[in-house]
Design a protein around this ligand. Sequence first.
Ligand SMILES: Cc1ncc(COP(=O)(O)O)c(C=O)c1O
Length: 393
Amino acid sequence: MADSHSHRIETRAVHAGQQPDPSTGAVIPPVYLTSTYVQQGVGEHQGYEYSRTDNPTRRALEAQLASLEAGSHGIAFASGMAAISTMLQTLDAGDHVICVNDVYGGTWRLFSQVLPRHASLSFTFLSLQDLAELEEAIRPSTRLVWVETPTNPQLNVIDIPAVAAITAGRGIRLAVDNTFATPVLQQPLTLGADVVVHSLTKYLGGHSDVVGGALVTSDDELAADLRFLQNAVGAIPGPMDCWLVSRGIKTLPLRMERHGANAAALAGMLAERDDVEQVIYPGRADHPHHELAMRQMSSGGGMLSFVPAGGVERARAIVEGTTIFRLAESLGGVESLIELPGAMTHLTLEGSELAVAPELVRISAGIEHVDDLLADLAAALDAAPVQATAGAG
Ligand SMILES: Cc1ncc(COP(=O)(O)O)c(C=O)c1O
């Protein structure tokens, strides 16, 4: 079978869940833009009743996602946040969650500002670098450990097998948000995670034209609950969005190669400059978690962050000064993006203990020619010399 787990990821990305249409032979599975399905008699149907519950285009995407992550069940949602909030709805009142403290701002907002309104859940935020601290934080009521690796935007790397060794067999599920690495670089289920989380909006969709999310697991009991919640809560993606993500996934392995090569080259260029204080890229030997990153990821990925000399005013001038890199939130698309997380994607963390340094610049390296990207970023740095911007803010 073309979607067998035994095939390489490049083959699975193209074929998993993508059987030709049996009625016409169309190579590409159709977009089933339908909300309901005719029944031959009461309760007699071909497996589909209503599109919140199930839809063939969504099924095709879900099979593709499960195969990519080496899981048994893929469950798609309307956004990454919809996937995350549905996962949190598997918990019971009184349950405790431990979450990595350098987490995507939207996840932190959901955990700290939304769920406490109606669900008596408690959360502990930890770096997860110190495993003894994790062990100490576990309570009898701990049911979930939430990891993002690499983290957004500090690109810290968390040791998935080491965390899994602590959570396993204790009734604690380990969720790993794999949005940054993608299954091409890292497959958390094979490293001991119980569920993988994705914002499909990013690399999997890959073209900045769709918002979506997913959960993938091989735990049948969890999958059954998630399927129940997918229908009961209803945060589902539409068929057209599912189709766009399916199409994007087919080139994911190819794109990740270029994203990674471009990110590594940009990080190298920045590290050579005297007007850059720090470059953060897990693929570089000077990254504090480089060895771990190379153990559990097959490359450093397409994201990098850096701290320019000259403070926040210079950082602002740089991100506003590029012409190929677009100043925008989000990541993982074919076009290079640049932003200031402290004032944009992670503004929601301002004033909290998780706040991001205001001068940190985040880059999502696209798939353009590396020379054009290097020249564009260098020109933006040159156009904002340290002396000219120092003290301006
Ligand atoms: C790591 C990570 N997880 C989850 C999300 C949320 O995904 P979405 O924006 O699709 O809801 C994001 C969004 O930026 C993210 O970066």
